[in-house]
Ligand binder design. Structure first.
Ligand SMILES: *Cc1c(COP(=O)(O)O)cnc(C)c1O
Length: 328
């Protein structure tokens, strides 16, 4: 099942669903009930899973009517299922907490939770799931996978455990349903392996252009707060993109930007609608020169690293005001 939460990591859930369905996807996983209903109403027949499940009993008729499957991670949700309208049938994913310590039943609670679910007329079929905390780093998955397998031993149910990092690094986690997110969008789940090295290509390219050029003398400053001071004569380009578009405001000077095919960096503070780039060494750059903030030729992960975050956050934060052009 393809993870399309957060508006498909900023890419547009309906747009991405269409592409994934064309590629033969078996299911969609997300958080947002409204988007899940929209997918079903758009005619997708694949499995649709709510990764955090329902939040109140009032949502259950909608889930049942649209065949939306739900994670069940706590006793409070089981109580809500008891109050489901007669005739409602739901497929659920029983979530085990194997060490992430956010949501899920402990291995010790599993038998009781499973028994309770299976006794409920509203529960149709149960899948066992868990989520890894360290699939992308040195601690790895074995400590959680062992806990999961020990708890799930002997349970007749399909299983789903792997996120992108586990899919790529740990074939033993693939089980019945994998849950790729970030890798579908061409960014890396790892801090130490680039998307390119994994053979992933960016789906989203955030681009704009230079709409102004300034010639700086030594001592001149750039942007709000004058946080950047020119130490020598400089030429800077003003790019029409800012934090209201989803570009991180905390990106420091030097954050990579591709300008007309060459790499350079930001200068000064990112503003709401603009940011500045150093084009001193790019005499051919001027008004109208394209700038790639991230994507093709400027990996989102490199921009994220410079800004002290991860590609996930930048992609998700793409603002609604940014016009989207679909390329074939
Ligand atoms: C977001 C999420 C995923 C996908 O994670 P990626 O690192 O983007 O592959 C998988 N499973 C669950 C439960 C999630 O919340």
């Amino acid at each position: 099942m393809a993870v399309v939460k957060a508006n498909a990591y900023g890419h547009g859930v309906m747009r991405v669903a269409r592409a994934l369905a064309d590629a033969g996807v078996d299911g969609f996983a997300l958080l947002e009930l409204e988007a899940a209903v929209a997918l079903r109403e758009a005619g997708y027949t694949q499995r649709i899973v709510l990764l955090e499940g329902f939040f109140e009993a009032g949502e259950l008729p909608l889930l049942a009517a649209h065949r939306i499957d739900s994670a069940v991670h706590g006793m409070a949700q089981i109580d809500m299922l008891r109050a489901a309208p007669p005739g409602a049938k739901l497929k659920v994913l029983l979530k085990l907490n194997t060490g992430m310590n956010r949501l899920g039943f402990t291995p010790a609670q599993l038998p009781q939770a499973l028994q309770a679910l299976r006794a409920l007329p509203a529960v149709d079929e149960v899948t066992l799931m868990t989520h890894f905390a360290n699939a992308d780093d040195a601690r790895g998955v074995d400590w959680q996978l062992n806990a999961f397998e020990a708890a799930a031993q002997g349970v007749q149910a399909s299983r789903s455990v792997a996120n992108s990092a586990a899919i790529i690094r740990y074939a033993q986690t693939h089980a019945d349903w994998v849950r790729p997110g970030i890798m579908l969008y061409g960014a890396t789940p790892f801090a130490d392996v680039s998307a390119g090295a994994l053979g992933l290509r960016p789906v989203m390219t955030l681009s704009s252009q230079i709409i102004g050029v300034q010639q700086l003398k030594p001592g001149d400053t750039v942007g709000y707060g004058g946080s950047f001071v020119a130490r020598h004569a400089m030429r800077i380009g003003v790019v029409a993109c800012g934090y209201a578009d989803g570009y991180p405001r905390h990106a420091p000077s030097g954050t990579p930007v591709r300008v007309g095919g060459a790499m350079t960096g930001t200068v000064g503070r990112v503003s709401m609608d603009m940011l500045c780039v150093d084009i001193t060494a790019l005499p051919q750059a001027g008004i109208g020169t394209p700038a790639t903030l991230w994507g093709e030729g400027n990996p989102v992960d490199d921009v994220a690293t410079a800004a002290g975050t991860v590609g996930y956050e930048l992609l998700c934060a793409l603002a609604a005001r940014v016009p989207v052009v679909e390329k074939k």
